[in-house]
Ligand binder design. Structure first.
Ligand code: MUC
Ligand code: MG
Length: 367
């Protein structure tokens, strides 16, 4: 079970429909496939989706840090020594997505070696999650039509609406149009990606007070320290911290400061080992969690469903699993299917998926 190689392969796949939100927009999935190989020939994989506008990581930066900084520290360790891997990678502050992908590729190889699904190794609570879909910025009618298509084609009934534009009425009009169109047949929540100030956020939430929102996520920056605490204290829905909590320590700080009352767990950001810590922390403190999406491809989505299905609290709410539906293609040999609003984790050992060699050869950008 000794790790003999750790590689990072950049690839690029176009989105059929770009996703736009307050902190950026995405047209092409310029992600990195991280691959770990053991002495007995087992291969584990994971996907790192860089979000330069959020964490400052880039595709080239992830390839460099994995191959030049992390690989020499990890090669020679055993798959079972995941805490040793974590402590070595933790010497580097930052690079959350690169670290997460290394961690998850090792878990995949570990599960394959033991012949067990990662989800069962983590907790084994269920084998499926309800899916939530993210609606990026557009006109109200286009966003309603997109939600309708997701409901018709995939049975999805929970929508996270991107907000954070100015004036706030641009976004509140969208949420109102969705509620008027669907009535109480759908669940709605909003994510501002830090686009508003605390006072704009409160005004918007008051305007939407009758729209039965489940949550509000990262409406204003966590660095607006007092403003954010002032806002969160006045809301009657949980306030989800997302990009403000890249580590369990950050989650602790935000929760104890009253700057958040729920946490988005993203395996793309905290891997499986770090996500376990965030999950246990949230459970111990008694706050809700939502499985988030860092605009992952199918491999990243498989990681989210393996983790989310492992525990009761991560499987309670609809999980953000559907961004891959907007990609023109993907790397998995067997594409994922969302049916009746539900995604099941693939049943095999490890993450339960295989990479299609031809697709990887086609989409990799390093050759
Ligand atoms: C989200 O929940 O914010 C957008 C930026 C990012 O890092 O993740 C996405 C979705
Ligand atoms: Mg978010």
């Amino acid at each position: 079970m000794k790790i003999v190689a750790l590689e990072a392969i950049p690839f690029a796949i176009r989105y059929t429909k770009p996703l736009r939100f307050a902190s950026g927009e995405v047209h092409t999935a310029e992600h990195v496939l991280v691959r770990v190989r053991t002495g007995d020939g087992v291969v584990g994989v994971a996907e790192a989706p860089p979000r330069p506008f959020t964490y400052g990581e880039t595709q080239a930066g992830i390839v460099a840090v994995v191959e030049q900084i992390f690989a020499p520290q990890v090669v020679g360790l055993d798959l079972s020594e995941r805490e040793v891997v974590g402590s070595r990678l933790a010497r580097t502050v930052g690079n959350p997505t690169a670290k997460a992908a290394v961690d998850m590729a090792i878990w995949d190889a570990f599960g394959r070696t033991l012949g067990l699904p990662v989800s069962d190794l983590l907790g084994g609570f269920t084998d499926r999650l309800r899916a939530a879909h993210m609606l990026g910025f557009d006109e109200p009618a286009a966003m309603v039509a997109e939600a309708e298509r997701m409901r018709e084609c995939y049975g999805i009934g929970t929508f996270k609406v991107k907000v954070g534009r100015r004036p706030v009425a641009l976004d509140t009009a969208v949420v109102r149009a969705l509620r008027e169109h669907f009535g109480d047949a759908v669940e709605l929540y909003v994510d501002g990606n830090r686009g508003w100030t605390a006072s704009e956020s409160l005004r918007a939430m008051k305007e939407m007070a009758d729209l039965d929102l489940l949550f509000a996520e990262e409406l204003c920056p966590a660095d607006d320290v007092l403003g954010r605490r002032w806002l969160v204290g006045q809301l009657d829905v949980p306030f989800i911290a997302d990009e403000s909590v890249p580590t369990a320590a950050d989650a602790t700080r935000e929760l104890l400061a009253g700057a958040a009352t729920a946490i988005s767990i993203k395996t793309a950001r905290t891997g499986f080992t770090g996500s376990q810590r965030v999950h246990h922390l949230a459970e111990g403190l008694g706050v809700e969690v939502v499985m988030g999406n860092q605009i992952d491809g199918q491999l990243g989505t498989v990681c989210t469903v393996n983790f989310g299905a492992a525990y009761q609290s991560t499987s309670r709410r609809a999980a953000e699993l559907s961004n891959f539906l907007d990609m023109s293609d993907d790397l998995l040999a067997e594409p994922l299917q969302i049916r009746d609003g539900v995604l099941c984790r693939p049943p095999g050992a490890g993450l339960g998926v295989e990479i299609d060699r031809d697709k990887l050869a086609h989409y990799r950008t390093d050759r």
